[in-house]
Design a protein around this ligand. Sequence first.
Ligand SMILES: Cc1cc2nc3c(=O)[nH]c(=O)nc-3n(C[C@H](O)[C@H](O)[C@H](O)COP(=O)(O)OP(=O)(O)OC[C@H]3O[C@@H](n4cnc5c(N)ncnc54)[C@H](O)[C@@H]3O)c2cc1C
Length: 268
Amino acid sequence: MLKEFYKPNSIAEAIGLKMRLGADTYYLAGGTELNSLDFKKPVKYLISIEKLGLNKINKTDEYLSIGAGLTIQELIDKPEIPKQLKTAASHIVNRNIRNIGTLVGNIGANKSCSNLIPILLALDAELTTATPTGEQKLRIEDFVKDKKDELIVSVNIKQKKILKSFAVKKYSRTANDISIITSAVVLEKVDNKVKDISIAVGGVDKCVIRLRELENKLKDKELRQKEEIEGIIKNMVNPIADIRGSAEFKKYMCAVLVVDCIFEAFKN
Ligand SMILES: Cc1cc2nc3c(=O)[nH]c(=O)nc-3n(C[C@H](O)[C@H](O)[C@H](O)COP(=O)(O)OP(=O)(O)OC[C@H]3O[C@@H](n4cnc5c(N)ncnc54)[C@H](O)[C@@H]3O)c2cc1C
């Protein structure tokens, strides 16, 4: 049961509180995940991020830095946000959730079927996190894999990655349902060959994963046949069966979505 709710005015105060309050303490962004009936862990203390000013967007020649506290709808509405992130954000169920749920909450919730994490992984995004000794840069891939617990301040994407061609896809039972499989590809083509490729999928493991083995098989070569790539993917992923689909079905959908992403990104 919730005992206390805090609204710190600074990042230093927020991380100080988190350290002092200890276990069962959570940062609160939009609360769509923390307040949902699916959230089964005990919550004793909540630390709101509302007053921490985590909603700025900064551009340099090298990086686009997106304030982690932006809502998902703001990602769609703000002109500074690149198309690949807007597309992924538009895949999130409906405007009610998008108006309240945030970029940071999506990463913090770390759901296997997240709609935002695949494109962030494919773009090799880095997180700026706040620690008692100062700010730290962390690859988002490491954050989701290791289930880190630090306060995320911003999401940083290299400008040269943003310029590469991309595709983002999802499969859900209805338009207004959480996705079953999510997929994103970022690709560079030179002389009709795949020069560089990053492939991320959600819904087939405990968290969103990169398909590095497949990336290596495709790099520096002409694109293989669709059926051949689908076969490789099916041997590579091991989704679990649940109420939303059998393992075989998810494997099949994953292969189809990833191949569609690869071919779409290759064509662009
Ligand atoms: C009905 C419903 C539909 C949904 N549909 C989708 C969907 O289509 N696609 C999808 O991807 N997700 C979906 N979700 C999951 C989730 O609600 C969203 O991913 C949303 O982005 C979470 O953001 P939030 O701001 O509400 O997070 P919160 O609930 O506030 O927090 C979520 C997690 O992030 C942590 N957190 C918050 N701030 C920080 C911070 N600064 N640093 C580190 N950790 C932090 C919290 O402690 C918590 O563990 C859905 C959830 C619900 C209830």
